[in-house]
Design a binder for this molecule. Structure first.
Ligand code: B12
Length: 212
């Protein structure tokens, strides 16, 4: 049985108060932050997704669990800081057009910032033209896109095409991710990199920019 049983149950129920208290208690007890995140919070969202697929829960419950997870993540955020204040590069990130999922994207954003990248977060449901406009404005080293729905994945190549048309594509590296996205898909749409989780997103971003 998981040591995070009470936390898991609270996130599934969408009980913010208990979930936040359980997260704090796990931290106070010396639990590893990565474990709290992957074995406690992320694994629970997978369970929530499965319950939704089976028709056991509906959108409001899924939303409540998501909100609960986000509140717990606020406690973990300061612990991701690596302490190096020199910027490693600029990252422009957003969830693609039509897609409202932002927990994974926020996690990637948070870990990137913690690792010393300067992150501009465009939020959710970001149309290709918004990625282009902001890229022209901030001059990022990396444009990172998140998609959680198989129906919104095509917005990724559309965004790459828009960057190309605006003459921005050659100046940036494009990184993609999100549960339905794969390495193969990244190759297919000529993205420069793919990562399956926020931790490897950071190491792949460093690799893309030649930073160790
Ligand atoms: C919470 C949730 C919601 C919440 C989102 C709230 C929010 N603020 O994000 C709400 C209730 C709004 C929602 C709505 C919907 N959802 Co929803 N949702 C989920 C759920 C349960 C969890 C997602 C999550 O946060 N996971 C935890 C995070 C940490 O994981 P992650 O997002 O995968 O991110 C990690 C990696 O993928 C990666 N990553 C993510 N982004 C990026 C970006 C880059 C650049 C990189 C490198 C890496 C990377 O790193 C992250 C951290 O490690 C999933 C189930 C699941 N297992 O994914 C379903 C799920 C994604 N939803 C689903 C569906 C169908 C919907 C709806 C269409 C339902 C409906 N009928 O309306 C709507 C769509 C709304 C819209 N237009 O977007 C399906 C998608 C099926 C598919 N393949 O297309 C899923 C899989 C549920 C299911 N099993 O059916 N949803």
């Amino acid at each position: 049985m998981s040591v995070f049983k009470a936390l898991i149950e609270a996130v599934i129920k969408g009980d913010i108060k208990t979930a936040v208290a359980e997260t704090q208690q796990a931290l106070d007890a010396g639990s590893n932050v990565q474990d709290i995140l992957s074995k406690g919070l992320i694994a629970t969202m997978d369970e929530v997704g499965e319950r939704f697929s089976k028709g056991l829960i509906f959108i409001p419950q899924m939303l409540r669990s998501a909100k609960t997870m986000q509140e717990c993540m606020k406690l973990l955020e300061p612990l991701f800081q690596e302490g190096d204040v020199t910027s490693k590069g600029k990252v422009l990130i957003g969830t693609v057009k039509g897609d409202l999922h932002d927990i994974g994207k926020n996690l990637v954003s948070m870990m990137m910032e913690g690792a010393g990248f300067t992150v501009t977060d465009l939020g959710v449901d970001v149309p290709p033209e918004k990625f282009v406009q902001k890229a022209q404005e901030v001059g990022p080293d990396i444009v990172a896109m998140s998609a959680l729905l198989s129906t919104t994945m095509p917005a990724m190549p559309q965004t790459i095409e828009a960057l190309q048309k605006a003459g921005v594509r050659d100046k940036v590296k494009v990184m993609i991710g999100g549960a339905p996205v794969t390495e193969k898909y990244a190759h297919q749409i000529a993205a420069d990199s793919y990562a399956s989780d926020a931790g490897s997103a950071v190491s792949k971003a460093k690799k893309l920019l030649g930073i160790s």
